[in-house]
Write a protein that binds this ligand. Structure first.
Ligand SMILES: O=C1O[C@H](COP(=O)(O)O)[C@@H](O)[C@H](O)[C@H]1O
Length: 244
């Protein structure tokens, strides 16, 4: 059993999923700005992370958002130098983030080894940036899920995944390269009004089943991250194929 109800929305294809999630994000950002003046969204890396940004950059309704008043964060980052092609933010930039009209001062990147001595220092620096903005006023937390059930850089059976009492954690010996990373902790991921898991592909079907129907935290961290108001699993038909 999951400890909080989640809603599953199945889309016919990966492209349909990315397009629908981008349209959903536009509405969420407009609603947040209408209520609070600003909007905070946390993006993700991996296979779907750039797909939603690519769809967002092509979404006609994007002009309804005041992009200068949107704050962008990342749920995790690979500890690599700024501009490295394997960084999540670089991949999002290349997918069209840079063309949305964001204020660069509102794009909160995790520093890499070109700016810090260690992943620990990068995690502390990112935590300080989060604290400046109230740590946990995310309107939408966009997350991918690995085939192993990892979310952000919280990997199954990895000691860093269980970190509490701090918004960020340095991750070493990640089972997925690169080995050094910085992640939001579970408690910080959950300081989000809405958590959206974006998952496509049959290789993720088992992880989606465990995430939606329940699995111990140590085995499937993604099953234990929930939004304060809503948790959505936005998946394609292949990723939904084990849901029954
Ligand atoms: O390494 C990462 O992996 C996950 C999932 O990526 P995927 O390619 O299996 O979809 C991603 O959400 C995370 O941000 C990233 O650092």
């Amino acid at each position: 059993m999951t400890d909080t109800d989640a809603t599953v929305v199945v889309h016919p294809s990966k492209q349909a999923l990315a397009d629908a999630a981008a349209a959903r994000l536009v509405v969420a950002l407009v609603d947040a700005q209408n209520t609070r003046g600003t909007a905070h969204v946390s993006l993700t890396g991996g296979s779907m992370g750039s797909e939603i940004v690519r769809s967002l950059a092509a979404e006609p309704a994007r002009s309804a958002v005041d992009w200068g008043a949107v704050h962008v964060w990342w749920g995790d980052e690979r500890y690599l130098p700024a501009g490295d092609a394997d960084r999540n933010d670089t991949q999002n930039d290349d997918a069209g983030l840079a063309g949305l009209g964001l204020d660069p001062a509102h794009v909160h990147r995790v520093p890499g080894p070109d700016a810090t001595e260690s992943a620990e220092e990068a995690a502390d620096s990112y935590a300080a940036a989060l604290r400046e903005h109230g740590t946990g006023a995310f309107d939408v937390m966009v997350l991918g899920v690995g085939p192993d059930g990892h979310v952000a850089s919280l990997f199954p059976h990895h000691p860093a995944a269980a970190t509490t009492g701090t918004p960020t954690v340095a991750v070493h010996e990640s089972p997925k390269p690169p080995p050094d990373r910085v992640s939001l902790t579970r408690e910080c991921l959950e300081r989000s009004r809405e958590v959206w898991f974006l998952v496509a592909g049959s290789d993720k079907a088992d992880a989606v089943r465990r995430g939606v129907h329940g699995s111990p935290f140590a085995e499937t961290p993604a099953a234990h991250v929930h939004g304060e108001d809503r948790t959505l699993w936005l998946v394609d038909a292949d990723a939904a194929s084990d849901l029954g």
